[in-house]
Design a binder for this molecule. Structure first.
Ligand SMILES: Nc1ncnc2c1ncn2[C@@H]1O[C@H](COP(=O)(O)OP(=O)(O)OP(=O)(O)O)[C@@H](O)[C@H]1O
Length: 285
């Protein structure tokens, strides 16, 4: 049985049912329309990339799925059942784990304590922390993901940004996430560290999770994505599968191909104006 089939059986749905589906979702903050008519399908064993420029509505979209904000229009379904989350706990309890850029890790605490942060294991009968078991499990789980951290006692704050992202991803998978939402996980990273994080995003997908990868970077998205959604000013400007899209089309869409062409036209005009100006003056230079 594939991991995807196993998750679907647990949820009592067919493997083809989207694990998360947004249909015509809108969100207004007063009279600011952050999202309008946004539809998005997240399937298990797939990476759905959501791209968009600043202010496109990416954070608003995440917050709706993560239970931080309620949508004002449209529907949100999880495993085929319509939901409206009124807290992050409700989203988490539905199997949706969101890894934000700040990662919600405690920088001064050890790697293994961070792995269990908020889900600590205790010993009976006095409820003391079961340090030994937590260390062993953190070690096993990180090794399983191929994450090499030689000393799990070291504070998380001393690790690289890439390693911290990987710990947050491994933790979400261990605690049973079926859907992983990653908020710009490579935004603050260099090329090498981004590569490491992209590798774990693929591992999460291959473990059967439905992954939503939010990014500004079409190159990172195209390296791992199965499905691409580009948001512009709160609306879906592109929604397509990998087979129907090239990297250059995606890059062009993100760069605002037609807007850039118009700008380049305008700049050529400005340039010509600057050069032409002295000759236009009587007795030019
Ligand atoms: N709490 C809020 N109150 C009012 N307007 C908001 C609020 N949050 C977001 N907006 C507006 O909604 C729109 C979408 O913002 P959002 O943060 O979702 O975009 P984004 O794609 O995540 O941008 P960035 O990449 O800059 O984080 C913007 O016009 C923003 O100013």
């Amino acid at each position: 049985m594939t991991t995807t089939t196993k998750f679907a059986e647990e949820a009592g749905t067919s493997p083809n049912t989207p694990v998360v589906h947004l249909d015509g979702v809108g969100k207004s903050y007063g009279n600011v329309h952050a999202l309008r008519g946004v539809s998005l399908t997240v399937r298990q064993g797939e990476i759905t990339c959501v791209l968009g420029d600043n202010g496109a509505g990416k954070s608003t979209l995440i917050k709706i799925i993560a239970g931080l904000h309620e949508h004002t229009d449209g529907t949100l379904s999880v495993n085929g059942e319509e939901r409206r989350f009124s807290s992050p706990r409700e989203s988490l309890d539905s199997g949706i784990a969101t890894v934000y850029q700040d990662l919600a890790l405690a920088p001064l605490m050890s790697v293994w304590r961070n792995f269990f942060l908020g889900n600590e294991l205790t010993k009976r009968p006095f409820g003391r922390l079961d340090d030994r078991r937590m260390k062993r499990i953190a070690d096993e789980e990180l090794t399983k993901m191929g994450i090499s951290i030689p000393n799990l006692e070291q504070p998380v704050g001393m690790l690289s940004g890439g390693q911290r992202q990987c710990i947050a991803i491994a933790r979400a998978i261990y605690f049973g996430a079926k859907v992983l939402i990653l908020d710009e996980p490579t935004a603050a990273l260099g090329v090498k560290q981004s590569g490491v994080v992209l590798k774990y995003i693929v591992k999460a997908r291959d473990a059967g999770l439905g992954v939503v990868f939010i990014t500004h970077n079409p190159h990172h998205a195209y390296l791992v994505g199965n499905h691409f959604v580009v948001l512009k000013l709160g609306r879906v400007a592109l929604d397509t599968h990998r087979a129907d899209l090239t990297l250059s089309q995606l890059t062009n869409e993100m760069a605002g191909g037609s807007e850039l062409e118009a700008l380049s036209h305008e700049l050529r005009g400005v340039d010509a104006g600057v050069v032409a100006e002295p000759h236009d003056r009587p007795g030019g230079i």
